[in-house]
Design a protein around this ligand. Structure first.
Ligand SMILES: [Ca+2]
Ligand SMILES: [Ca+2]
Length: 236
């Protein structure tokens, strides 16, 4: 066990790598604890104040308050070789053995392992506000809430649910992805066949008196009841 350093204080953000943890304190300094065989917990001494941290498998990443990206730790795949022309960034993500950074102009740069195309950014990608990176895939969130994913999809990690609403946050595990999304608005056509009819009525009545799952609680008051039936019938 590697407990957090007693001097850590209050933290703004944390990130976990393979066997280490990086914390960003409220004083904008970076603390790192855990496995350090690759120097992943030895931040550069001149790091200065930071605004974000990220953890790779055996490497670490920080974005300074000025938007500069710094990396340290294992470098077997070139994952700590920050591209010289990267410039100012607005978001970062550390994959297991690669990294992604969003430039101030909304484009994405990746470096490090590229054995599954995880570091080959689609050329048409723009308007990106956030990124996440797994072992073999990378995901970008655009300003309009849509996603773009590249690299390996062998576990479906690049295949978000087709009915996903606008995404507001994203993260990636080694071979999976997760997002926070706004669900699309509910309507009375529960089975999405283009008609509000007996099929939809049956679905609503089947959950009568319950909290409801899916969209049958059309009024959103936590109970499937007469007001929901009235909404459905008005759309019949
Ligand atoms: Ca229907
Ligand atoms: Ca209701």
């Amino acid at each position: 066990m590697f407990p957090p350093p007693a001097t850590l204080g209050t933290t703004l953000a944390i990130a976990a790598g393979g066997y280490h943890t990086i914390a960003l304190s409220t004083t904008a300094t970076v603390a790192c604890f855990g496995y350090n065989a690759n120097g992943q917990c030895t931040p550069p001494t001149n790091l200065g104040t930071c605004s974000a941290v990220a953890g790779g498998w055996h490497h670490s990443m920080a974005r300074t308050a000025a938007g500069e990206v710094r990396c340290w730790g294992a470098n077997a795949s070139g994952q700590i070789n920050v591209p010289a022309a990267l410039g100012t960034t607005i978001a970062i993500a550390a994959g297991n053995w690669h990294n992604a950074a969003v430039r101030a102009n909304g484009t994405v740069v990746c470096w490090g392992l590229n054995d599954h195309g995880q570091s080959t950014v689609p050329t048409s990608l723009h308007s990106v506000t956030a990124v996440a990176a797994g072992a073999y895939h990378t995901i970008a969130l655009r300003a309009d809430g849509s996603l773009q994913c590249w690299g390996s999809n062998d576990k479906g990690q690049c295949y978000p649910p087709p009915d996903l609403g606008a995404v507001t946050a994203l993260a990636a595990g080694t071979e999976h992805s997760l997002v926070i999304a706004t669900l699309p608005p509910c309507d009375a056509d529960f089975n999405n066949d283009g008609a509000v009819d007996a099929n939809d009525l049956g679905a609503l009545l089947g959950q009568w008196g319950s909290a409801g799952t899916g969209c049958v609680d059309l009024s959103g008051n936590g109970l499937v009841a007469a007001e929901d039936l009235a909404i459905l019938l008005s759309a019949w």
